[in-house]
Design a protein around this ligand. Structure first.
Ligand SMILES: Cc1ncc(COP(=O)(O)O)c(C=O)c1O
Length: 383
């Protein structure tokens, strides 16, 4: 593939819902990996101190980002394993005979996993549907379907197909009245919108570092509130689930009192090494400015969608959306062909079926948006 409009400076990069980029990401990650491998390959005994130290920095960086108290957050491979780890560790009677509530626009991987778990764990998976023609599940419908028989509700803070942002406060307030466990998947807005595990207080939070945080694959996280963690007995457990991994007496396995109990074998530290520079970069940014930049560019996109007579598949009010603008493309504009055209113009976006996903981040510029709109305008002209 050759790009007609070099250089690839990120000005027309719209994929922050998938992989986030910042200036220097490759350089920083390479340097961190280089440092890691030089210690790892040295003929001495410095390896574990360094590796576990990096992992702890990653954990602490994430803790600061979402205000998770010490001992309530650990690393995972991805969001799906985070959720699996939590649910499979709950006391057996907690979900038996109850409903687990999700919205139809939750991330499919989590739905696949929950469907497979339902029978074994004895719960009914209840998926709140989209209204006819709607691009996201209404909070109202979620609340209407949420009764006292809901053992656990998984909330998707921001949807990956519409960028709809739920009213977290209202949903959590309702869930508290129903006495349900409440977990939140924050993947689509972590690092872009402020999130606090204590406000409103939720039972668990799951995410990955790939998107607005600009990390790498494999760098997932699981936050579990301390009082819930104490009741959890993870099925997948091992030496790292203990207060002291080096306690090897076979008769004396003991769970750590905190989120370490969700660890098991040797942690997969490489993803933390590769992602830590991005977390540190992010921690040095003005989050208000990052968001204001996104709001300015997404505002331009909404205006253009209206001008071009296209259908917006994202809520208009800022407080109801994450960082993306989704467009429901008409049949006359096949998404595949449009994406190919965009790519040849060095404009990077993607689509889910006919839904075009556009997520402007720190590197995206007004000029980049104009370039995207030029192609979009051409595509809307009847042939
Ligand atoms: C809302 C949401 N949850 C989860 C994920 C990723 O899940 P996993 O890390 O299990 O692949 C994504 C990825 O796009 C997402 O948008």
């Amino acid at each position: 593939m050759t790009y007609t409009n070099q250089p690839l400076d990120g000005s027309a990069y719209f994929l922050y819902h998938s992989i986030g980029q910042y200036d220097g990401k490759a350089r920083d990650s390479l340097a961190a990996l280089g440092e890691f491998t030089s210690v790892w390959g040295a003929n001495d005994d410095e390896q574990w101190g360094m590796a576990l130290g990096v992992r702890q920095k990653f954990i602490d960086g994430w803790r600061r980002l979402i205000n998770a108290p010490p001992g309530t957050l650990t690393t995972t491979e991805n969001v799906t394993t985070s959720l699996h780890s939590l649910i499979s560790s709950l006391p057996d009677d907690l979900l038996r005979g109850k409903r687990v509530l999700v919205a139809a626009d939750c991330f499919p991987s989590l739905h696949f996993m929950l469907t497979g778990m339902a029978e074994r764990r004895g719960f009914t998976l209840d998926t709140v549907p989209l209204r006819q023609g709607a691009a996201w599940v209404d909070d109202e419908d979620m609340i209407a379907g949420w009764g006292a028989d809901v053992g656990l509700a998984l909330l998707t803070w921001v949807s990956s197909t519409s960028s709809h942002r739920i009213d977290l406060e209202a949903l959590v307030a309702h869930g508290r009245k129903m006495g349900s466990l409440i977990g939140v998947d924050i993947t689509q807005a972590a690092g872009l919108l402020p999130y606090d595990v204590l406000d409103p207080a939720v039972d668990f939070t799951i995410s990955t570092s790939l998107k607005w945080l600009c990390g790498t694959p494999g760098a997932g996280v699981l936050h579990v509130a301390a009082n819930l963690a104490r009741q959890c007995q993870p099925e997948l457990r091992g030496w790292f689930s203990q207060p002291n991994p080096f306690s090897w007496d076979l008769e004396r396995f003991e769970f750590a009192p905190d989120a370490r109990r969700f660890d098991h074998g040797t942690p997969a530290i490489m993803a933390n090494v590769a992602s830590l520079p991005a977390l540190e970069w992010h921690a040095g940014q003005d989050m208000g400015a990052l968001l204001a930049h996104n709001r300015a560019l997404t505002g331009m996109l909404i205006e253009a969608v209206d001008d071009l007579g296209l259908t917006l598949a994202t809520p208009r009010p800022e407080h109801q959306r994450g960082g993306s603008i989704m467009i429901a493309l008409p049949k006359t504009i096949p998404a595949g062909a449009l994406l190919q055209q965009l790519k040849s113009d060095a404009v990077f976006a993607d689509a889910r079926s006919q839904t075009l996903r556009l997520s402007p981040g720190v590197l995206t510029t007004q000029k980049g948006v104009e370039k995207l709109l030029q192609s979009l305008r051409l595509a809307t002209i009847p042939k």
